[in-house]
Design a protein around this ligand. Structure first.
Ligand code: NI
Length: 134
């Protein structure tokens, strides 16, 4: 059985890599390379998977919410992802990389009875990224 909980956070980022010239960055990332960044209202779906326990649940919602708040939302909400998230310091602040960082932040402190099954982030109404965990 799977449970998906939905969370929201607002953050800014800029897509840029030191491995490329300013011209190459502008060409590769377009307006997402604008020097002062831009923001998104991200939607984060966290899915957990496991058996239904004696209480009739996969996992306590409060325990999952507390973990997501502590490990993710407190680090990213109303932040600049390039500057405020050390885990993205040496990576381009794409939502693909953000999903990977969020998976790592969650599994680092994971102590819930169900396993983390998926991290899904919608960056805009048109862009959604899904990371299925093993
Ligand atoms: Ni963006």
């Amino acid at each position: 059985m799977r449970l998906t909980r939905r969370y929201h956070f607002a953050a800014s980022h800029r897509l840029n890599t030191d491995a490329l010239t300013p011209e190459q960055n502008a060409s590769l990332y377009g307006k997402c390379n604008n020097p002062f960044g831009h923001g998104h209202d991200y939607v984060l779906d966290v899915s957990v998977e496991g058996p239904v326990d004696a209480s009739g649940q996969i996992v306590g919602r409060e325990a999952l919410d507390a973990l997501v708040k502590q490990q993710v939302l407190d680090r990213v909400d109303h932040r600049n992802l390039n500057c405020d998230l050390p885990e993205l310091k040496d990576r381009v602040a794409t939502t693909e990389n953000l999903a990977s960082v969020i998976e790592d932040l969650l599994t680092r402190q994971w102590s819930l009875p169900a396993r983390l099954a998926r991290v899904r982030i919608s960056e805009t109404a048109r862009n959604t990224f899904e990371l299925e965990t093993k």
